[in-house]
Design a protein around this ligand. Structure first.
Ligand code: G6P
Length: 609
């Protein structure tokens, strides 16, 4: 949450910074600001709202200069206001910085600084850091940053300017992501390389506890003791065109339509030519360990947690391994019972979710090995895990996760077969069958897009409601949770996902003609039971929208609207059934005129606990 950028080179800094901020807007969009140094003066411009609002402010001024920093904010300490927007500066304007993270002891530090005569302009924790650096700064900016950070507890990625250092940009990191882009006589800073990938693909990921001094030609990295360390240069393959919206009105819609390709890329090369084995070369060195595990604990957040819930059904049913699923934040603080025979699986699109990162540390401290399913290469979660399986969804920019989820499910199906075969709990025929079904998924997803007009029609009626219920059984239950989450996130309609049978223990009291119910009614051993639940909703005048397999003819007699998915096994139906729910949430949000890619209060990457 919060995105920071920086530039130092030969070009005008401002356009590069503003452009970088646009790519980081997924990290927060409560307010934004820039600072540019020119002729011994640092000019700061801020705006409440999105980068567009900042651009309007920037039209009123001219900010020349080839050294600058920028910030897009997701508010933690202090409401979104001009005063609380970054960059923050010392009272004399000598030091200006942007920050992503939380300074946990800011109150104590603030009181100390106030006692020493500092006057504060904002309610933020960040301003404390600016003042602290100002206190230590004489002529060594990196040294002052180091001294200040030694006083601080909490998390940070910062970029700092001093008005008498026109050739220097100092950055530091602990727990919040930060990377540096190295160009020819220019250097870039970003919370994410997406901010500068247009300009260079040579990237250095700063490690926790490192402070770097950048000039257009040099990079000097120090640890917290001030000892010089070297930074590894990675060459990123990120294709710039993959981060544009193209012909789509929103990233979310583009990403929904990318799912056949994303799932295909995730499966490619991972199924043996005979079709009966999964190839995970990344796990080979751990095969003995994986044979010996006696429990899997899955920890994740948000949509990735829903993928984990589906994995529980898949792994227990097909690979016969006991599985527990936890929210990463709960796992971390609930004294989990783990040992060297527990495999902890974390799932994350961004690879930067703070609670999931913390869960990995906790698991490893307790002796477990961690296997992570991650979409972003070289992310913190990928780097900290013992084993990593990448999903190849490609960049996901829409805040509401779509293609990351279906690719996570594809990997989890593969992992089920992999572990089932490795641990001899799955026969060759069974594996071949599962993999054959999985191979059909990209094509089957494509068929669902012919339902779009039907879904748009349903959305036109649906968007007028303020509550909705999503029901499913078995693997349909986590899909119901995911459908409800999508609707909440982007259309602000309150929605609850529930196991269909459990509805009778509470939510049924809410059902009337004003509360639409979406039911996952695909074929499987629970289908007859789901029909029973549908009748219970209908008996209470509930409006019923069913997501049903093509061959379920009887459903049309009871549901008010039906969205069809291709016939498939229960596990595969779960992957297919999320597509109509993503599209339904999307079109409901469009009907309501909501900002689909940037829903209020949310951020794509949650880097604070
Ligand atoms: C945020 C995003 C969600 C995502 C969740 C977990 O809430 O808005 O889309 O599912 O974080 O993120 P991760 O990157 O760890 O999957």
């Amino acid at each position: 949450m919060c995105g920071i950028v920086g530039y130092l080179g030969q070009k005008e800094a401002l356009p590069i910074i503003v452009d970088g901020l646009k790519y980081l807007e997924y990290r927060g969009y409560d307010s934004a600001g820039v600072a540019v140094l020119h002729n011994g003066r640092i000019s700061v411009v801020k705006a409440v709202g999105k980068i567009n609002d900042l651009e309007q402010e920037l039209k009123k001024v001219r900010l020349p200069g080839s050294l600058g920093i920028g910030h897009t904010r997701w508010a933690t300490h202090g409401r979104p206001s001009l005063g609380n927007s970054h960059p923050h500066a010392t009272a004399d304007g000598r030091i200006v910085l942007v920050h992503n993270g939380i300074i946990e002891n800011y109150n104590v530090l603030k009181m100390q600084l106030q006692a020493e005569g500092c006057v504060f302009q904002s309610e933020t924790d960040t301003e404390v850091l600016a003042q602290l650096i100002g206190k230590y700064y004489t002529d060594d900016l990196a040294g002052a940053v180091l001294s200040a950070l030694r006083d601080v507890t909490g998390t940070y990625a910062i970029a700092v300017l001093a008005k008498d250092r026109p050739e220097q940009l100092v950055v530091a990191k602990k727990a919040s992501p930060l990377c540096l882009g190295l160009g020819k006589n220019e250097v870039f800073v970003g919370s994410d390389a997406i901010a500068f990938i247009k300009h260079t693909n040579k990237v250095v990921y700063l490690k926790d506890g490192e402070v770097a001094t950048l000039t257009p030609q040099t990079l000097d990295i120090r640890d917290m003791q001030g000892k010089k360390v070297s930074g590894k240069v990675h060459k990123l393959a990120l294709d710039h065109s993959s981060i544009e919206k193209g012909e789509y009105p929103h990233y979310m819609l583009k990403e929904i339509y990318e799912q056949p390709r994303a799932v295909q890329d995730t499966l490619d090369g991972r199924i043996s030519p005979q079709g009966d084995e999964v190839i995970f070369t990344e796990l080979e060195k751990y095969s003995e360990y994986l044979i010996g595990i006696n429990k899997i604990v899955i920890a994740a957040c948000g949509t990735s947690w829903h993928a984990g819930l589906i994995a529980e059904y898949l792994l227990e049913k097909h690979a016969r391994v006991p599985v527990e699923v936890d929210y990463a934040a709960e796992f971390r603080y609930r004294y989990p019972v783990l040992d060297a025979r527990t495999l902890v699986v974390t799932i994350s699109q961004s690879g930067e979710t703070a609670d999931t990162i913390a869960a990995i540390g906790e698991a490893q401290a307790l002796g477990a090995k961690v296997l992570s399913i991650v979409n972003v290469p070289s992310s913190t979660i990928a780097r900290n895990s013992d084993m990593v399986i990448y999903t190849y969804a490609g960049r996901e920019i829409g805040v509401a996760s779509t293609k990351a989820f279906t690719t996570q499910l594809a990997v989890l199906c593969l992992l089920t077969v992999y572990l089932g075969r490795l641990r001899c709990s799955m026969t060759e025929d069974y594996a071949r069958n599962m993999l054959q079904n999985l191979k059909c998924v990209p094509n089957e997803i494509s068929k669902i897009f012919k339902e779009v007009e039907n879904i748009q029609k349903i959305a036109r009626a649906f968007h007028k409601h303020s509550n909705a219920l999503y029901l499913g059984r078995g693997v349909g239950f986590p899909i119901a949770l995911e459908g409800a989450l999508k609707l909440k996130e982007i259309s602000y309609i309150h929605a609850e996902g529930y196991p269909a049978a459990e509805m009778k223990h509470g939510p049924i009291a809410l059902i009337d003609e004003n509360m639409p119910t979406v039911v996952l009614a695909f074929k499987g051993r629970r289908y007859e039971k789901i029909l029973g639940n549908i009748m219970e909703v209908k008996a209470r005048k509930g409006q019923l929208i069913a997501i049903a397999s093509e061959s379920n003819e009887d459903i049309a007699r009871v549901a008010d609207a039906v969205i069809r998915i291709p016939d498939a096994t229960e596990s595969i139906s779960a992957i297919l059934a999320v597509l109509p729910l993503q599209l339904l949430a999307y079109y409901v949000a469009v009907e309501k005129g909501c900002p689909v890619d940037q829903p209020r209060n949310l951020a794509k990457s949650v880097t604070v606990e």
